[in-house]
Design a binder for this molecule. Structure first.
Ligand SMILES: [Ca+2]
Length: 217
């Protein structure tokens, strides 16, 4: 049996016996797995062989805020990465805001070498909010659904120092919470026309002993 964490009190991810084949890899949501093998008193068999490896990405359930970054950040990310993070808001919150503090990926005109995709939802073919590469910092994104999915791909050559972002759960499809020293935000849909009947609130908190300066561009 395999559990998602450090003990058998966490979510069970798989259970197998007999000649059952576990054909799909089991992936933890965090950085630990707990695996338990038990044999009975009667007939023995050949057992199993398993392999584990660290893979990037994760499933983050949050009613607060945190940070997310490319593998090895602030050092250069490795080649051939295929990472997927799902950040999902927990009640009472139902939206996620993602704000970048650093962005540096290999540049290509159509973002086909290394890129970051942000999807609005917690499933693989959720609506695409943006595909990013190079060094221009993406605008902050707030989900319309209760989750954002980040897909980070790097190819087999040329890399950079990657990205670092802050995420925060919020109760509005616009606005957001920023716990950072510097950032940008804009009205919903900017530079397109904003929708009618929306109210957005931004809460901005920097570290103690500092003031905040706000400039409208
Ligand atoms: Ca590359």
């Amino acid at each position: 049996m395999a559990y998602d964490g450090l003990s058998s009190t966490t979510t069970r991810l798989a259970r197998a016996c007999g000649r059952q084949q576990l054909t799909n890899p089991i992936t933890s949501s965090g950085n630990s797995l707990f695996v338990r093998f038990q044999s009975g008193p009667s007939r023995q068999s050949r057992g199993f062989q398993a392999h584990f490896r660290q893979v990037c990405g994760g499933y983050i359930l949050t009613n607060s805020f945190g940070t997310i970054s490319s593998p090895l950040f602030p050092a250069n990310y490795p080649d051939n990465q295929n990472c997927s993070w799902i950040i999902q808001a927990q009640p009472p919150f139902n939206h996620i805001t993602l704000s970048f503090t650093h962005f540096g990926l290999e540049s290509s005109t159509t973002c086909t070498q290394d890129f970051l995709e942000i999807l609005d939802g917690n499933y693989g073919d959720a609506p695409l909010r943006g595909r990013y590469c190079g060094t221009s910092m993406p605008h902050p994104i707030t989900s319309f659904s209760n989750a954002l999915t980040l897909k980070f791909i790097s190819d087999s050559s040329l890399n950079a120092d990657g990205f670092h972002a802050t995420y925060a759960a919020s109760s509005s499809a616009c606005g957001g919470d920023f716990h950072m020293a510097e950032g940008t935000f804009d009205s919903p849909g900017y530079p397109e026309v904003y929708p009618s009947n929306v109210e957005c609130v931004w809460n901005i908190v920097s570290s103690p002993g500092n003031r905040l300066q706000l400039s409208f561009m």
